[in-house]
Each structure stands twice: as structure tokens, then as C-alpha cells.
Design a protein around this ligand. Structure first.
Ligand code: NAD
Ligand code: IPM
Ligand code: MN
Length: 360
């Protein structure tokens, strides 16, 4: 079958890791008889350089008319780059926020599990790791602080900046439903994470999650405050199955969860809405500190491509094959520098991509 993919290499290590995911997808295509047709589009700093905006209408139209979108990462060194001394809607990250909003991608699924082979790269003590962990962070993606009204103004001679955090019950309900649906296919346990001891939006969040929970009597549901959750993730990660949370809490907790999988270079993600069209991207950023060195870990991007096969194209067997190939390469002892461990063989970004492709 044929599938159209909008490919967004982006900035920093983006082009390096997207090239490896494409390599693996092409192997899947020839092995299983599918044709993946790519259209490259610019987003982020590279688009600002070319067109003066982080995402052009033309690029957005290509994404909208594709079967799915695969992204590397966007952005540069925040604070010292020419891309940041401009209005918020003209910065590289604004392109990412725009594409998420325009495609209606309200559900960001970030699976964080520990490969047995990477126990040595996990910074937690062995007795905490135990049998490992396997959780999914379900992060709301088109609401909250990211999309609230913001401005900076002088109030009584003092510079004052405002960001607003708003959620309505429909926005909460649709992400909660996704989280419970996913829990039903897993270990049937949802922990909803909020700051209901302080925030009104969190109190509404709790109320709506409790309502949705009534439709899923088999799912065990509980609430946890976000500060406690940050602690519990490193104290007892095995307790989590599905974490359901709002946009910014999910952003922060997923970076934390990534590190206990061995590296942020391991954490994939899928951003979905109400159609089959999804945006697939690693959870990490453009890593300007290691860009152009062929040392970045491409596994998060490759596993994101596997999620694309599964969620947008319904190619479960092919997605399984990609995940199995990643596991095999780790089992064979190959590691990029971020997950390197004693007795293992260090490989570059492109070598890791080759090895995974060879194992499809
Ligand atoms: P980052 O995730 O880019 O990097 C944090 C640290 O992790 C760095 O030391 C980096 O070298 C390392 N790292 C990240 N990905 C790696 C990989 N695949 N393999 C090995 N090491 C990896 O976060 P940051 O430095 O805070 O942000 C850099 C830029 O990326 C900023 O402009 C930020 O806005 C942007 N960003 C973009 C996205 C996205 O496009 N989805 C996500 C997060 C951050
Ligand atoms: C992520 C990133 C983005 C976010 C930034 C770049 C806007 O950190 O995808 O996790 O905060 O959503
Ligand atoms: Mn993030």
C-alpha cells in the first residue's frame, strides 16, 4: 500500500535522526511491500531563515494533506540565537505549537519503558528498578499554559509578564477518554496528575476525570499531585501504567521519565487527534550541543516511526518488526554514546540506523 508522509527534519540533530528513521521505514517498505512517499517541509529555525516564519501556510497545507507527519526537532540555543529576539509567534517552537493546534492533535502519547538491555544505563539503583517499568504518559497537547493568552507589559513602572492557564471540560474529557481507552488495552490503571491543591483548572480536571472514569469500571483510577508524581517516578516507577496529565506537567514529567529509560534519546511520541493523521516525533529537542557530530541517538525517532505505522497506518506487524529490531540491536550490545555502558560497542547515529534497518 502507499502512504504519504510529510517529513520535517527541522533544526539541530533533527535532520540526522530523521534520516535514520526514513532509512528504517524504507526497509519496512521493501520488506513488507509498502510505498512510503515523503514530502520534505521546513519548520522551526530553518523555516525562519528561508521564509521569515517558523511554519509557512504552504508547509502546513502539505502536512494537512498527508497521511501522517514525521518530525525530528525544532529550535536552537534559547537565549543566544537570532531566532529568539522576536515575538513569541515567530520563534522556532511556534511552528510546532501551530502544527499541533492546526491538526487538532490534543493527545500526546509518550511511552516510557525500560528495555531489559538498558538496565545498566538507567540511573536508578537496582532494587528500585526491580522488574523494570512500562508506562505511558498521556499528555494534553493543545490547551493549558501553552495556548493561553500571554503578554508582557509595564505595570506601575514594573515590567510584568502574564501567561494564562485555561482548560474547559470538553478539552479535559477528550484526553481523559483517550487515556482510559489506552488503559483498557494495558494494565487498566490510570493515575491522573494535577495540582488540585492550588489550581482551579486542576480541580475541574479532577471532576471531569472522575466523570469519565464512571464509563470504565474496570479501570483503577487515582489522583496524584504533580510534585509528588515527580518524586514517585524516581522512587517507584513500576507503580505507573497510564499517567494522564495536562500540557506543561506532561512536558516536564516526560523528560524526567525519559531519563530513567536510559536517555532522553529513547523516548518516542505520537500526537493524535480525532482522525488518523498524527504527528510523530521524539520527545527530546534539537540538541544543539551535539548537532552535526553524528552521535545523537536516533532510537526515539525510529520508535516514533513505529508508532506511526501502528496508529496512522494500522500496520501493527510492521511496527512490531521495528520495535523488535531496536531490541535486537540493543541485545547485540550496540549503543550510542548517551546509553553507552561497560562492555558495549559504541556506534554513531548512522551506524545505529543501519543496524536497526538491517534487522527489519
Ligand atoms: P534537548 O532535548 O534538545 O537536549 C537536552 C540534552 O539532551 C542535551 O544535552 C542533548 O545533547 C541531549 N539529547 C537530546 N536528544 C538527544 C539524543 N537523541 N541523543 C543524545 N542526546 C540527546 O533540550 P534543550 O537543550 O532544552 O533544547 C534545545 C532546543 O530544542 C530548544 O530550542 C528547545 O526549544 C527545542 N526543543 C524542541 C523540541 C521539539 O522539537 N519537539 C522538544 C524539546 C526541545
Ligand atoms: C516537547 C517540547 C515542546 C513542548 C516545545 C519545543 C514547544 O519541549 O515536545 O516536549 O514543550 O511541547
Ligand atoms: Mn519537552
Amino acid at each position: 500500500m502507499g502512504f504519504s508522509i510529510a517529513l520535517i527534519p527541522g533544526d539541530g540533530i533533527g535532520p540526522e535522526i530523521v534520516a535514520e528513521a526514513r532509512k528504517v521505514l524504507d526497509c519496512v517498505g521493501s520488506r513488507y511491500g509498502h510505498e512510503f512517499n515523503y514530502t520534505e517541509i521546513l519548520m522551526g529555525g530553518c523555516s525562519i531563515d528561508a521564509y521569515g516564519v517558523p511554519l509557512s501556510d504552504e508547509a502546513l497545507a502539505v502536512a494537512k494533506s498527508s497521511d501522517s507527519v514525521l518530525l525530528g526537532a525544532v529550535g536552537g540555543n534559547v537565549g543566544n540565537s537570532r531566532w529568539y529576539d522576536v515575538a513569541p509567534n515567530l520563534r522556532p517552537e511556534a511552528g510546532l505549537l501551530k502544527i499541533r493546534k492546526e491538526l487538532g492533535l490534543f493527545a500526546n502519547i509518550r511511552p516510557a519503558y525500560l528495555f531489559n538491555e538498558l538496565k545498566g544505563a538507567c540511573p536508578l539503583k537496582e532494587d528500585i528498578i526491580g522488574d523494570g517499568f512500562d508506562m505511558v504518559i498521556m499528555r494534553e497537547l493543545t490547551g493549558g499554559l501553552y495556548f493561553g493568552e500571554r503578554h508582557t507589559e509595564e505595570v506601575d513602572g514594573v515590567m510584568t509578564a502574564t501567561d494564562t492557564l485555561t482548560y474547559n471540560e470538553e478539552e479535559i474529557r477528550r484526553i481523559a477518554v483517550k487515556a482510559f481507552d489506552i488503559a483498557m488495552k494495558r494494565n487498566k490503571k490510570v493515575i491522573s496528575v494535577d495540582k488540585a491543591n492550588v489550581l482551579d483548572s486542576s480541580r475541574l480536571w479532577r471532576k471531569v476525570v472522575a466523570e469519565v472514569a464512571k464509563d470504565y469500571p474496570e479501570v483503577e483510577v487515582s489522583n496524584m499531585l504533580v510534585d509528588n508524581c515527580a518524586m514517585q517516578l524516581v522512587m517507584n516507577p513500576g507503580q505507573f501504567d497510564v499517567i494522564l496529565t495536562e500540557n506543561m506537567f506532561g512536558d516536564i514529567l516526560s523528560d524526567e521519565a525519559s531519563m530513567i529509560t536510559g536517555s532522553i534519546g529513547m523516548l518516542s511520541s505520537a500526537s493524535l487527534g480525532s482522525s488518523k493523521l498524527g504527528l510523530y516525533e521524539p520527545s527530546h529537542g534539537s540538541a544543539p550541543d551535539i548537532a552535526g557530530k553524528n552521535i545523537a541517538n536516533p532510537i526515539a525517532t525510529i520508535l516514533s516511526a513505529a508508532m506511526m505505522l501502528r496508529y496512522s497506518f494500522d500496520l501493527d506487524k510492521e511496527a512490531d518488526a521495528v520495535e523488535a529490531a531496536v531490541k535486537k540491536v540493543l541485545k547485540d550490545g550496540y549503543r550510542t554514546i548517551d546509553i553507552m555502558d561497560e562492555g558495549m560497542t559504541q556506534v554513531s547515529t548512522s551506524q545505529m540506523g543501519d543496524l536497526i534497518a538491517d534487522n527489519i
